[in-house]
Design a protein. Structure first.
Lengths: 194, 194
């Protein structure tokens, strides 16, 4: 099982954004959407072995954890607008649990999230100053933690480092989070399928 | 210099799509947009050493080649909608040449495009049955040719293979074109900056 946890900083848990302006009205929820499609979609299919979690820390309903399971998700398409509509639907519904096939919301903060995820797989922080991913061995079940366009706060980093066994870097340049996910998948795909 | 040439199959050269439905009304122009941002955008900056070309083969104004230069482009943001607006503006403007900073359109078909690009760098086809990219050496100037969500037609493939010195693959699974571009950049970044 591969999992990703995206920690957001300005995106609202309330789903009160418009599809016409996801970056502005959504506090960069466009990044959330691209990370979800990058984590779960192949060219003609879904990565059934992958789950992505997104932590929302702003808004009335925060903290809120969105979970999208590759094995169950339906109606997830690669374009940003339709995936954005699916995410907004999950957020505005409120409550906890299943919101549409494969999509769940939970009332959890960062510490609670990591505590649970650390039972599912080895927590690994994706950080620019981490070890080169190519030189690192991963167990079968691994949970990669990454930030959106902003760095983790000191407090967040302290919590993550408490659970993370490793910090790894995908390369020498600072990349968009969705591209980092695509590269991590590629590294693991090569090892698993080659 | 790194360059990418994306060969599209259903996207219209006329820019007659709506930002509310780029996949449907635009003949999967959402793929074009994501490939452009994936080719040119870093987390907080632009890849000034990269150019992406997109060949449109449908519509009244086709064949049409869109060129976006990292060294010159402005107003290119990572979200699909705003990048889509920039591309639509370039397409509906008509004529040839500069349409906005760093964005050009040219009346060229595949053969004319490859003939010119082969003078700029070594043409390399990205294909699932190609050699493993990790084992391949590239010159400083390289032009990667890839298709959108559809395979190259036999005729297209014949033309590309006439110019391409190599065919390379990024990994064992079939990925979205924008993720392929992110992975190619990562392979080259590691060699160039590490």
């Amino acid at each position: 099982m591969r999992a990703f946890l995206l920690i957001t900083h300005r995106a609202s848990a309330d789903g009160d954004f418009t599809l016409e302006d996801m970056p502005g009205s959504g506090g960069r929820v466009d990044i959330v959407v691209r990370c979800i499609t990058s984590a779960l979609l192949l060219s003609h299919g879904v990565r059934r072995d992958t789950v992505i979690y997104v932590l929302f820390q702003r808004g009335r309903n925060s903290p809120l954890l969105l979970e999208v399971r590759g094995a169950e998700v339906r109606y997830l398409r690669p374009d940003e607008r339709s995936a954005g509509a699916l995410i907004r639907h999950a957020l505005i519904r409120g409550g906890e649990g299943l919101t549409s096939p494969g999509i769940y919301v939970w009332r959890r903060n960062l510490e609670e999230t990591l505590s649970r995820l650390s039972e599912m797989g080895e927590i690994t922080l994706l950080a620019e100053d981490g070890e080169d991913v190519e030189t690192v061995d991963f167990p079968e079940n691994v949970v990669f933690v990454l930030s959106d366009h902003l760095n983790l706060t000191e407090e967040e980093e302290e919590i993550v480092r408490k659970y993370a066994k490793k910090a790894v870097s995908v390369g020498p340049l600072s990349l968009h989070s969705d591209h980092v996910i695509a590269i991590i998948h590629n590294v693991l795909d090569r090892r698993q399928y080659s």
